[in-house]
Write a protein that binds this ligand. Structure first.
Ligand SMILES: [Fe+2]
Length: 264
C-alpha cells in the first residue's frame, strides 16, 4: 500500500502538488528510455551528446493529437502513449493508482487507457534565459501526473509549478473543469508569472501529482541531459456531466480523500 500520509495530503491540498520519489518500476522506465531513441529527431544522435542541445528544426511525423513532433527545445513522442506497458508504467501502476483513488474516491475515477506520451526538453546550451510563462491546461480532467523516466537535475527542464495557484484558478473559471481564456485569466497569469516557480527536479521513477488548476510550465534545461518525462491525466467518471458546472463552493468537494481547510 502506498497511501499518502495526512501530512502529504495536507501538502497537496495547500500547495497543489506533491512529489513521490521512486514509485515507478525501474525496468519499465529503462525500457521507456530505450524505446525513446527509436523516435529520435533527425538531428539528434544518441551517441553524440553535443547533438542533444537545441534548438532543433521543426518536424512532424504524424498528424493529430497523438502525432509525434518536435522543434526548438521540444521533442514529443506521443504515439507510444497508448502502448499497454506505458499505461502500466504510469497511470495504471498500482502505487500511483492507489494514491489517485485515495484522493479522488475509490471507484470514482476512470482508469486511463493511455498516457500523453514521452515529453522531452532538450538542453538549452548557452541560449539566453527566457521569461517563465505559465498556464493552466484547457482540457477537462481533475489530476495530472508527471513521471520521470530519467534523472532530472535542478534547472534541468523539470516540471515547474506555481504553488498555491490552484486556489486562485479553481474559482476564476466559469466552468469547473474547462478553461475560459478571459481577461481575468490573463490577469491571474500575470500575477503568478512574477513569482518564482518550484522546479520539480528528481530521479528516474519520481512522480509529481498536480491539481488540474495549478499553474505550470516546463523549466529551462540548463543541464547537459535531455529531460524525459511521461505525462498522464485522470478524470472522475462523472466529468462529462459536471465539467460545465460552476466551481464548487468548497473546492475539495469532489475529492473525498482531501479534507477542506475547515475540516481537521
Ligand atoms: Fe500544461
Amino acid at each position: 500500500m502506498t497511501k499518502l500520509t495526512p501530512d502529504e495530503i495536507r501538502f497537496f491540498r495547500d500547495e497543489g502538488f506533491l512529489i513521490k520519489r521512486g514509485i515507478m518500476d525501474a525496468n519499465l522506465t529503462a525500457q521507456a528510455r530505450e524505446r525513446l531513441w527509436e523516435n529520435a529527431p533527425p538531428e539528434i544522435d544518441r551517441d553524440k551528446p553535443d547533438t542533444w542541445v537545441g534548438p532543433i528544426q521543426e518536424y512532424r511525423q504524424k498528424k493529430g493529437e497523438k502525432g509525434n513532433d518536435g522543434g526548438g527545445y521540444g521533442w514529443w513522442y506521443r504515439s507510444i502513449g497508448s502502448e499497454e506497458w506505458m499505461v502500466r508504467m504510469l497511470v495504471a501502476h498500482p502505487p500511483i493508482w492507489e494514491i489517485v483513488e485515495q484522493m479522488l474516491g475509490e471507484g470514482d475515477v476512470v482508469k486511463p487507457d493511455r498516457v500523453r506520451g514521452i515529453y522531452c526538453r532538450l538542453p538549452e546550451g548557452n541560449a539566453p534565459g527566457r521569461p517563465h510563462g505559465c498556464h493552466i491546461d484547457a482540457h477537462a480532467f481533475h489530476l495530472g501526473v508527471v513521471g520521470y523516466i530519467d534523472d532530472v537535475e535542478p534547472n534541468g527542464g523539470g516540471f515547474s509549478v506555481w504553488p498555491r495557484s490552484h486556489h486562485v484558478f479553481y474559482f476564476s473559471n466559469k466552468a469547473r473543469n474547462l478553461r475560459d481564456n478571459s481577461e481575468q485569466y490573463t490577469k491571474n497569469l500575470a500575477y503568478f508569472q512574477c513569482r518564482t516557480p518550484v522546479d520539480c527536479h528528481g530521479r528516474a521513477g519520481d512522480v509529481v501529482f498536480w491539481h488540474h488548476r495549478l499553474a505550470h510550465s516546463v523549466g529551462s534545461n540548463r543541464s547537459r541531459g535531455i529531460r524525459k518525462a511521461v505525462l498522464g491525466d485522470y478524470a472522475k467518471k462523472n466529468i462529462e456531466r459536471t465539467m460545465n458546472e460552476p466551481p464548487c463552493e468548497d473546492m475539495w468537494e469532489e475529492w473525498p480523500g482531501i479534507p477542506s481547510n475547515g475540516k481537521p
